[in-house]
Design a binder for this molecule. Structure first.
Ligand code: LLP
Length: 416
């Protein structure tokens, strides 16, 4: 693919250079149409049975994006009190929020309960704590299905080497604790990991969870978690996750289960990245170009504080180069190998290493693709840098500031 942003008209006719001048860089820019499209696809993975996709909002909790999720009709999962608060603020009713927590205090659990939000417990200790504060209540338990998957060991959330979920061998103890506190186990959930384009590990985990579900009586829901991947190498023509094929295989597994189980729990999933990653880019400014020991370094303002994924997981993000607001052609112009880095005081502050890119000039813009998921939500103020602004290219083509840039006053306010 020559250019993703031109192909999909990401900026909808707006000049990215003007957007960058108006709002400053680094800048997160989202495209409403793409986010709506992906959320709608995620919402319709299963159509034969009662099914609900929970948008996993840890990927991006910008209020405007949560409002898109709300209007598309997906529900949401939250991992913290902060995420619950954001979802409530966006207008999600408590019954549309699933709190999939991990190692939380009684106080945080109580916050969810007081707001009427369904909680999933991910250890026997947390189940006991839940029982202490909500005897006779209803909850879900997170099972570790013994199968994991993901783009990096740090994002594999099931299997033998992860802190998440209750192991299958402890299932009888779930029933013991539930009995002790008179708890109803209304649902079971899992999450195997993140960013797979090959659905096989997910489907294997579906089989596993459905087998485990047989041990639970009268489940109201079964939640299979998220993880659907996106093509981070789209400029090299990497293909999209094959939703249609996945959906067919997933449904066949549910067919077999429904026959055997005798009743029809609500099926759920928790896609995050798939919903928002491709709908977000980062515009960054090139401030310096130099050679160090034969390596050409392109210095930008997109530091690891703005996008941590490359330094944290060695993640690949395609980069397009914009000169005077126009994409510099990757197929016609000259290319050269460069290392693109940020402005943070760490050698690991590198967006990409030895990457073939069109010739970049000082003051050009770089456009980092697929930054809508785990981008802003993981950014920090390291080196006492300000968190960037976020703008939305709305469906009608207008450009809307959806979160202003942090200010030094915001930082100092914590000390007052
Ligand atoms: N449900 C649970 C319980 C999760 O822990 C996660 C992600 C999701 C759903 C959504 O997974 P997704 O559909 O987005 O793959 N920061 C890493 C990814 C960490 C994922 C953590 N859990 C990254 O930037 O790749």
């Amino acid at each position: 693919m020559r250019s993703f942003i031109d192909n999909v008209d990401f900026f909808k006719g707006n000049d990215p250079e003007k957007i960058a001048e108006k709002y400053g860089t680094p800048l997160y820019v989202y495209n409403e149409d793409i986010i709506r499209d992906r959320m709608t696809k995620a919402a319709n993975v299963i159509t034969k049975y009662p099914y609900k996709a929970n948008y996993s909002c840890k990927t991006n909790t910008n209020l405007e994006i949560l409002k898109i999720a709300l209007s598309v009709g997906v529900n949401a999962d939250a991992m913290s009190e902060g995420e619950i608060r954001m979802l409530l603020k966006a207008g999600f009713s408590p019954d549309r929020i699933f709190y999939v927590c991990n190692n939380v205090s009684a106080q945080e659990m109580k916050y969810a309960l007081d707001n009427g939000i369904q909680v999933s417990l991910d250890s026997l200790d947390q189940l006991r704590l839940f029982g202490e504060i909500n005897r006779g209540g209803s909850c879900a338990v997170r099972i570790n299905p013994g199968v994991g998957a993901g783009h990096h060991e740090k994002v594999v959330t099931a299997g033998k080497k992860t802190k998440f979920g209750i192991a299958e061998e402890d299932i009888d103890r779930i029933f013991d604790v539930a009995g002790e506190y008179d708890l109803k186990i209304a649902g079971i959930n899992q999450h195997v990991g993140s960013q797979f384009l090959d659905p096989s590990p997910f489907l294997a985990a579906v089989d596993n969870l459905l087998r485990i579900a047989m041990k639970f009586k009268k489940l109201e829901f079964i939640d299979f978690g998220g993880g659907y991947g996106i093509p981070y190498h789209k400029l090299d023509d990497e293909q999209e996750f094959d939703m249609e094929h996945f959906s067919k295989e997933f449904t066949e597994k549910l067919d077999r289960f429904v026959n055997e189980y005798g009743s029809n729990p609500l099926f759920k999933s928790e896609p995050g990245r798939y919903c928002v990653a491709e709908g977000g880019v980062i515009l960054g400014r090139v401030h310096s170009i130099k050679q160090n020991s034969g390596i050409k370094y392109v210095g930008t303002d997109v530091g690891m504080n703005v996008l941590v994924r490359p330094s944290m997981y060695d993640s690949w993000h395609d980069i397009e180069v914009l000169s005077n607001g126009k994409v510099v052609d990757r197929t016609e112009g000259k290319m050269e190998k460069v290392t693109v880095c940020g402005n943070i005081c760490e050698s690991g502050d590198v967006l990409c290493k030895d990457r073939e890119l069109p010739i970049i000039k000082d003051n050009d813009l770089i456009c980092v693709l697929d930054a809508g998921a785990y981008g802003y939500s993981m950014c920090s103020s390291y080196n006492t840098r300000l968190r960037p602004a976020e703008v939305m290219i709305c469906s009608d083509g207008s450009v809307k500031l959806i979160r202003r840039r942090e200010t030094f006053e915001d930082m100092f306010a914590l000390y007052e």
